[in-house]
Design a binder for this molecule. Structure first.
Ligand code: NAD
Length: 378
């Protein structure tokens, strides 16, 4: 029973799906671990580390593997080279990869998408959306602090007082709360807004001010936000304008599952920010919370430098890989039947009656199991 760790193929993807430290968690379950050469290089894990941890490193790592793990989805060529019945675990944004899902289905691959792991208590240790959002939120605050050519904290010195930076965070989910916590730790004055009622208490618990716009809250299913009507969006933008105009740094992290990121801040709002101000848009890749932001670039809007996030967790590949790998190991453990005495060998045996296994499965046995994706393919 072999598990293979694939080398990532997406440009700029520095993460790896398994770190050497966690190899033994799989070998003790009865897995043989094989790693493609250089798979961990971006996260500063060389091949020797994997070998020392008990893995084999080989260009043929994927051959005969029962399960292939990666961060991003495998490329089409690799999928087509896998024998039917092979399983894959990776992030798999199905909406943007319908052709690949069709290939996975037609090749008889059993594919699991980490972003589809249900966000229930029992699956918290497998929640890669949260672990990667934590990294991204931290990184956003650090980028804002680095780009702002001023202090985040208040400095009272013999030469005078430098006031603290004013930071506004929009979207206070996992990433936003981590951005708030990080900006607070650096000493900024932080105000934050989210459409979910529960977020206000969480913002305050981080020591930030919760911005109350006196608008209806927008709770959707599963603790997520609902989409706004255009009328409400316009009102929200109008009410947020003075907060943004007064901010030295604006960090946006708002998202609605399955939709383009909501456009929260127009270019006209950014143009009201002062000289030297910075904007960090974590959502740039999925449509952007800020008008004009470009994923992977810094653009100028008015006085502000606007930084658009592109695969932000991969910008801190060490901790992002460590956390992602732990999520993957926990999911794989759930799907592994431990061996007993005698001939009873350990086996990869996903139980499709388990809601975590069923919920995260995209394709199995020549069918698309994830209903919205199946419908999109029709
Ligand atoms: P997300 O990435 O989908 O969205 C980020 C944030 O953007 C959310 O807080 C959302 O409310 C906010 N947002 C959406 N539209 C907005 C708008 N127009 N203006 C301002 N903010 C807007 O969400 P996430 O961070 O992955 O998770 C959100 C919440 O889901 C968490 O805070 C938590 O309550 C819940 N959650 C539960 C579990 C679990 O039970 N295992 C795990 C993770 C998250």
């Amino acid at each position: 029973m072999k598990i293979a760790v694939a080398r990532e193929t997406r440009e700029g993807e520095a993460r790896v799906a398994l770190v050497p430290e966690l190899v033994s968690k799989l070998t003790t379950l009865g897995w043989r671990v094989a790693v493609q050469p250089g798979a961990g290089a971006g996260a500063l894990h060389d091949d020797e580390e994997y070998v020392a941890a008990g893995a084999e490193v080989s260009e043929d790592a994927l051959a005969d593997a029962a399960l292939v793990v990666s961060v991003g989805p495998l490329d089409v060529g690799t999928v087509r080279s896998l024998p039917a019945g092979t399983a894959t675990v990776s992030f798999l944004p199905t909406g943007q990869n319908l052709d690949l899902v069709a290939d996975l289905r037609d090749c008889g691959i059993t594919s699991f998408a980490m972003e589809l792991v249900p966000r229930i208590s029992r699956a918290q240790s497998m929640d890669a959306l949260s672990s990667q959002a934590l990294v991204a939120g931290y990184r956003c605050a650090i980028v804002a602090a680095g780009m702002l050519r001023s202090f985040f904290p208040l400095n009272m010195t013999a030469a005078g007082t430098v006031p603290p930076a004013q930071v506004v965070v929009l979207g206070a989910g996992v990433a936003g709360l981590q951005a708030i916590a990080t900006a607070k730790r650096l000493g900024a004055v932080v105000k934050a807004y989210d459409v979910r009622a529960a977020a206000a208490e969480e913002i305050r618990s981080m020591g930030a001010v919760s911005i109350d716009l006196e608008l209806e809250t927008l709770e959707g299913a599963g603790g997520y936000a609902r989409e706004m009507t255009e009328e409400r969006a316009a009102r929200q933008r109008e009410l947020l304008t003075p907060y943004i105009a007064a901010a030295d740094a604006l960090i946006t992290t708002a998202a609605v599952p399955g939709r383009q990121a909501p456009m929260l801040v127009t270019a006209a709002m950014v143009e009201q920010m002062g000289p030297g101000s910075v904007v960090v848009d974590l959502a740039a890749e999925s449509g952007g919370n800020v008008e004009g932001s470009v994923a992977g670039e810094i653009v100028r809007v008015g006085h502000a430098q606007v930084w658009g996030g592109l695969n932000v967790p991969a910008q801190m590949p060490g901790p992002a890989s460590r956390l992602y790998a732990q999520n993957v190991v926990n999911l794989v453990t759930l799907m592994t039947r431990a061996g007993g005495d005698g001939d009873d060998e350990a086996a990869f045996a996903p139980d499709f009656d388990d809601e975590i296994v069923a919920g995260s499965c995209v394709t199995h046995g020549g069918e698309v199991r994830h209903e919205p994706t199946r419908q999109a393919l029709e």
